[in-house]
Ligand binder design. Sequence first.
Ligand code: SAH
Length: 216
Amino acid sequence: MESNDSFRHKGLRNRLVQEIQKKGISDQKVLQAIGKVPRHLFMDSSFIQMAYKDQAFPIGQGQTISQPYTVAIQTSLLEVEPGDRIMEIGTGSGYQAAVLDDMGASVFSIERQKRLFQKTSRFLPSIGYKDIRLFLGDGNEGLPAFAPFDKIIVTAGISDIPASLLVQLKPGGYMVIPLGERSQTMTRIKRLNEDDFEQETFGEFAFVPMLKGIAK
Ligand code: SAH
């Protein structure tokens, strides 16, 4: 990893961290992780000079790597503790999963696009992320065999909260999910106990849509 991550990249990352800090992210553990993960390696080489702008970018198959600020907000809302079992819906480039792994979480991430799944499955271990567990599947179903999770993060937009995901959340756990069709309201759901859930909202965002089934 070191050979492809130069002093210059680290400098650019520090500036990105300052930028998202100015935009209101104060969680030091989140800022540290964003300062550490080599985002330029998660994007196609032609975009290298863009990797440390606070913007979303195409990663192929019509999908995007989320804007760093969006990753930072979602990660902050999860209130990650070392050892947390976290399920991510929408692996994409694997960047969000890497941020969570760097914060000491045990990450389970699902992607529905086979080619992206294969690419990211090869890529993450190649830069040292060997413990992130990746699954090809429909995130609407979650991972019942690995449930329950302390936290669930959904990184694609969806109109309604899938009930199948709620039941995979531990009591006391959080799910962070962008809810809406054309634009999405960042929503955090806390599972208070077996039956009760509490919901808070955190502003408007734009995500690619959560789709159904698996795609080649
Ligand atoms: N977290 C990613 C960004 C994700 S973009 C990153 O850090 O790069 C959203 C991703 O969700 C896309 O890769 C898309 O293919 C995937 N996706 C959409 N619907 C899905 C579903 N039902 N199950 C799993 N993944 C899905």
